[in-house]
Design a protein around this ligand. Structure first.
Ligand SMILES: [Zn+2]
Length: 201
């Protein structure tokens, strides 16, 4: 949303509204285009890189900072709440996620405390298109790691944020929600995924 329409006189109201409407449509078209560009950068199911274990990050340099910034941009443009480096084809242990209005970067993440209580809820994945499936996750987790500058990060998370970091950490170990869901949901998801695999050959 921009505020450039403020300050116009009342006599221009109709004119402004017409323009505002056009702008909304332009914005939506631009958003869709940006989403397509972002999704094109994200590895999709069937890509072997999604099944590989990512390696620990050893150097906190400018390149790492640039990578995390690019990943935050791709995550937002793709309308996602989390993105693992694996998903952009980089086998390094880091992910970004959106936690209560804040973008967070976690490098070499480790879940140090996992609550015993779990909850089943539907999850989607930017590497699986529109498919969603139920996944059981711990409701509370404590996550330790580092930010892009190498400072320690210690997060006590619950609910959606706890779910997101468990999902992203799975990516770094080559695991996806299709491995975590119940057998029937897996069958349904595979049936939806198979035609896409054939088409992409
Ligand atoms: Zn995912």
């Amino acid at each position: 949303m921009s505020d450039h329409d403020h300050g116009h006189g009342h006599d221009h109201d109709d004119h402004d509204h017409a323009h505002a409407h056009e702008h909304d449509e332009d914005d939506r078209a631009e958003q869709r285009a940006r989403r397509q560009v972002a999704l094109a950068q994200i590895r999709q199911y069937g890509d072997p890189v999604l099944r590989m274990r990512a390696n620990e990050v050893e150097e906190f340099d400018d390149e790492l900072a640039r990578l995390t910034e690019r990943m935050i941009g791709v995550m937002h443009d793709a309308d996602g709440v989390g993105l693992a480096a694996t998903q952009v084809g980089i086998l390094r242990r880091l992910f970004v996620f959106h936690d209560e209005d804040e973008d967070r970067v976690v490098v070499n993440p480790v879940i140090t405390v996992r609550g015993k209580e779990t909850e089943v809820d539907d999850e989607g994945c930017l590497s699986l298109g529109p498919i969603r499936m139920p996944v059981e996750r711990a409701i509370e987790v404590t996550l330790d790691g580092f930010d892009a500058a190498g400072n320690t990060v210690h997060l006590e998370l619950e609910g959606i944020s706890a779910r997101v970091v468990q999902h992203e950490l799975d990516h770094l170990d080559g695991k996806m929600i299709i491995d975590r869901t119940d057998p029937e949901s897996r069958r349904e998801a595979m049936a939806q995924l198979r035609p896409r695999l054939v088409l992409s050959r």
